[in-house]
Design a protein around this ligand. Sequence first.
Ligand code: BES
Ligand code: MN
Ligand code: ZN
Length: 513
Amino acid sequence: MPIATEIRPVPGTLIDSAADLVAIPVVRGGEAPTVPAAGAGVEPAELDARLPASAAELVGHYELAGKPGEIAQFPADLGAGLVRVVLLGVGDAAPADLRAAGAALARAAKGHTTAATTVALLEAVADGGADALAAFVEGALLASYRFSLASNTKGAAPPENLELVGADSEDAASAVGRGEALARATALARDLINTPSAEKDPAWLAARAGVVAAKSGLHVEVWDEHRLQRDGFGALLAVGAGSDRPPRLVRVDYRPKNPAAHIVLVGKGITFDTGGLSLKPNDNMKLMKTDMSGAAVVLGVMSALAGLGSPVAVTGLLPVAENAFSGSAQRPGDVITAYDGRTIEVLNTDAEGRLVMADALGYAVAELAPDALVDVATLTGAAKVALGTGTGALFSDDEALAAALSEAGQESGEPVWRLPLTGEYRDALDSQVADLANIGNGDYGRPGAAEAALFLREFTGGLPWAHLDIAGPGRSASDEGVLTKGGTGFSTRLLLRWLSGGEPAAGLGGGVA
Ligand code: BES
Ligand code: MN
Ligand code: ZN
């Protein structure tokens, strides 16, 4: 469900606002937290006169420290009747602080029609403030995201409008637009992830990709099961063989004029993961509608590239299948043939993600020869065990690519941590009967996330490549900060920042023209 809140940059000052919730930023400051000085969007003396006490006194009264997202609220008449006034901690007004503050404000504003705040802190929008303003908008919109199939939606609705007083300059408008684009791309991914698998089968996801591509002016191509067969996508077909709802491969192309480079993004699209005949226990299975998060993220990214003016050509590949349990399912011990011609012994049908990814990577290497490959997948429970739900796992042999993605993650509030592709573990994937086995033989313990990454690396043709295992942060157990319970769309903003922020796709080694 698209985010309902509209962001409105408006001129004037806070006390002119007709909003029913008015937020006054509180900066952490040196000795004591402070409210913004006179300037764009705020007139402290006039504001103080209408509050129950001066803003500074109220900050003291509520013992606020100005921590990002910290909140105190009370009623006051600012000139147009009683409204809710919120003292909103914005830390040091760094982008991460304002992202958290935006999310807190959006949560406090639930049940109100219009929230207003000032961007006085970000007066120098042109240098540094622009990123902070974009992050504020991003945080507010992401926290306003909702997904519900209930007949009566529970809980208060997010505000219809968020007015940004004093953000009516051209620079501010472009920062606001950037924050909106990042949030709406993430919301698109979340919607796809949160859709139950009864509705969300491979054909459905391919059709959604078609709609998104049409709206965003992108070229789209879909392989159905017949075409997959003809073209040799043996691994994707094997994973989908147990389902009545056959697999699809979706390719979406973004082609700017004179592209600086060509990147392929591959997203794991398992619309439901039962584990197959290597069946999951119910506790592990019940959340597996989210196992197409990688594909959803790639589609979310593709939808926003043109709007963000990305200078790189990007091809999104979505191998989509349902990993079902049935008499037609692949069996442990089966040997399948991947797109690149190599044979794989399937020792565990629950290690299905790497199989569908292998076919998509093989296609990318053979047909697209990009400057770099980046894949995103809810690939292993082991990545979640290693890093928890707050951090994604990053694997790459390419230093520059790894550094660029790490930095983009840091700046986006979607942190990733690089784990090693330990070469010796590769032996564990040797098979007696095929070119490769799809799980390790245990000789090196159970480095599950690394084994999966080493398996994928086999299909990358030596191209610069990075792998994001988002099994941990792909889902949130609660509404918290910018996250909402359910699919998070984690790494949508990271990838968009990498592909369209500042330096054109840094980290491509010598491959960039
Ligand atoms: N989709 C799962 C991984 C997963 C686990 C995602 C938890 C999100 C939360 C993947 O297909 C899987 O089942 N992986 C197995 C691999 C094993 C059989 C080698 C796993 O991690 O247990
Ligand atoms: Mn699985
Ligand atoms: Zn899976």
